[in-house]
Design a protein around this ligand. Sequence first.
Ligand code: NAD
Ligand code: UFG
Length: 339
Amino acid sequence: MRVLVTGGAGYIGSHTLVELLGQAHEVCVLDNYDNSSPEVLNRVRQLSNGQLTDYVGDVRDGSMLDQVMAEFKPDVVIHFAGLKAVGDSMTNPLGYYDVNVRGTLQLLSAMDRHNVRRVIFSSSATVYGEPEYLPYDEAHPTNPTSVYGRTKLVAEQIITDWSRTHDDACAVLLRYFNPVGAHASARMGEHPDGVPNNLMPYIAQVAVGKREALQVFGDDYDTPDGTGLRDYIHVVDLARAHVAAVDYSKRQTGAQVFNVGTGQSYSVHDMVKAFRTASGQPIPCVIKPRRAGDIAAMQANAARANVEMGWKATHDLNDMARSTWDWQSKNPDGYDSAS
Ligand code: NAD
Ligand code: UFG
């Protein structure tokens, strides 16, 4: 199939490109490189055979979208392009609504102009908010606690309403849990700009000597070791969920929501321990107060994705830690490292 990937140069997008090309899909990327580097696509091309075209442009730019859709003629769109930092979203709410919501509106309008009826959307487990029960299934109430989470929920609702306007439309709304890890080649991985907000890239930068110590945000939660529990998912498993969603969108209609996680959760201390083993580095930790807005525990019930899309995570915690370490140690400056 012909797959247009917005935000395809990003962390999850780039891994998805390799999996799509590996399944002989024809792929086109639209990215404005707001949070990525053009070097990413060089590496994707080195790792893959197959047809990959790319455009530099903004998903909010309707005429750019018209050009891409007229020239590439996608069968389906995977919509990754967006802003994702929870903290930034609280200080720049309008910027987040503009990219995440207006970007989605512009994309759907362009899809209508070009008769494209299938979309896969990057949503987040953060739309659930404080858990009423765990593991979250897709029927769990949604009550996001950050602006970022609200932009994702609004975008989900817009896409759902759009899907009702065409009998043949299919929208797959993927709610990701915590993506970590890197490609087995160590040629692609996560490259955060500045101080990492997320646990795994922070640990990796401590291990490689770029930062002194991990700050553990709270060890007094009601969890077995007092630190936060999350459902970490290997980015290659997450990428493969998109390939499964593309196939699923051929045989389904309507808006369909799926959790994409492993169904297992690990604490901050579990992650540090796994990383010490993978890297052989000491990884000093200091206990700090809880981070505002954090919840104690999150875990996916990912049964629906398994039953209906035939997708299941296959990488374990050691794969997550080992691949992150491989990527970080071989590319200490991410995509700015010599290639
Ligand atoms: P990322 O920042 O690495 O990738 C996003 C890509 O979109 C980047 O290449 C960026 O340059 C591009 N982009 C941003 N604004 C754009 C615009 N206006 N027009 C065109 N391109 C634009 O992020 P990621 O981790 O790969 O996340 C991809 C998607 O998944 C995002 O929508 C994010 O909100 C969502 N998500 C991520 C996580 C996570 O923890 N990484 C969890 C849940 C959901
Ligand atoms: N943590 C630390 N120290 C750090 C960073 C994180 O102790 O330096 C802890 C957090 O308190 C939390 C756990 O590690 O307990 C995971 O934190 P992350 O920041 O890695 O991930 P979050 O669960 O907070 O959020 C991430 C993304 C969101 C996304 C969500 C989906 O940042 O965008 O996963 O579950 F919505």
